[in-house]
Ligand binder design. Structure first.
Ligand code: FES
Length: 57
């Protein structure tokens, strides 16, 4: 499922970014995958998913 439609980034890619690439913030996620850098609609969901993944890592 795409979280960020603009940049075609899925929830799986976001989880992988946290677990394998050491991403810990939305800023890093934006730098790595461009999440939230276009329309910004995905930011709340991306932030939630990031928090959940960090908490369960
Ligand atoms: Fe992520 Fe538009 S859906 S920037």
């Amino acid at each position: 499922m795409f979280v960020c439609v603009c940049k075609a980034v899925s929830d799986r890619q976001i989880r992988r970014a946290v677990r394998e690439d050491g991403v810990t913030s939305l800023r890093e996620l934006a730098r790595l995958h461009g999440v939230g850098t276009c329309c910004g609609k995905c930011v709340p969901q991306a932030r939630e998913l990031l928090g959940e993944t960090l908490a369960s890592a």
